[in-house]
Write a protein that binds this ligand. Structure first.
Ligand SMILES: Nc1ncnc2c1ncn2[C@@H]1O[C@H](COP(=O)(O)OP(=O)(O)O)[C@@H](O)[C@H]1O
Ligand SMILES: O=C(O)C1=C[C@@H](OP(=O)(O)O)[C@@H](O)[C@H](O)C1
Ligand SMILES: [Mg+2]
Length: 208
């Protein structure tokens, strides 16, 4: 993949949106490397994420996460799949500014089913209904943050191959500065460069 001035494609979105899965597909599709920052945290600390939450609390996890994410983004190339809560850090948000940031958007019904039952401490409630309510609350709290950071928004409910292909197609068009090749229907917003008047209108409508 030709990646342009800033080479990193960063995937954001809630737990279960498919960031890790799509990240792997996109890296394979484009012949680049994936860094999944959750896995990188485990690799660097030698501890699992539930262990870190249990011993250091969420605040302790966020401190480690911020350091790892900023470091990984500084490498300047490849695909980076963030953990869903990375964007809660203002330092991480600032570090995202120069990169192509893709928000994998999912309804809570899709995201929760995918995320529940794994080793995610924030959904570790004993009762499934409690866990679901927690997921919905987290998504409601973060949705606008994800939107505001995104250079591209894709439908995370689509098949992982399709999501990866949509990201690659958008990236190729952006690098080629091709404003005439039409629209990718999964793209709802291009932060930096409207591809048509209607896109520009839509941006204005979303960001008064
Ligand atoms: N596009 C997709 N279609 C169907 N299942 C998916 C898709 N993306 C992810 N999954 C499944 O959902 C679960 C969570 O995916 P994951 O990539 O870990 O999400 P995230 O990193 O955003 O939390 C995994 O079991 C994965 O196989
Ligand atoms: O949303 C969150 O706060 C979290 C998401 C997880 O990653 P995924 O988004 O890859 O599931 C992981 O970083 C941790 O359990 C916290
Ligand atoms: Mg993940």
């Amino acid at each position: 993949m030709t990646t342009g001035p800033s080479g990193v494609v960063v995937l954001i979105g809630p737990m279960g949106a498919g960031k890790s899965t799509v990240g792997a597909r996109l890296a394979a599709l484009t012949g680049t490397d994936l860094v999944d920052t959750d896995l990188e945290i485990v690799r660097r600390t030698g501890r699992t994420i539930p262990d870190i939450f249990a011993a250091d609390g969420e605040a302790g996890f966020r401190a480690i996460e911020q350091e790892v994410v900023v470091d990984v983004l500084g490498r300047g190339e490849g695909v980076v799949a963030l953990g869903g809560g990375s964007v809660l850090s203002a330092v991480v948000r600032a570090a995202l500014r120069d990169h192509h940031v893709v928000y994998l958007q999912v309804d809570p019904s899709v995201g929760f089913i995918r995320a529940h039952g794994g080793a995610r401490p924030l959904l570790a409630a004993v009762d499934r209904d409690d866990a679901r309510r927690r997921y919905e609350q987290i998504l409601a709290e973060r949705a606008e943050l994800y939107r505001s950071l995104a250079s591209q928004i894709v439908d995370g409910a689509d098949a992982a191959e399709s999501v990866a292909a949509a990201i690659d197609a958008h990236r190729r068009r952006a690098v080629a500065h091709d404003t005439t090749s039409g629209h990718d229907t999964t793209i709802t917003r291009d932060r930096d460069r409207p591809t048509s008047e209607s896109d520009a209108d839509r941006q204005g409508a979303q960001h008064p």
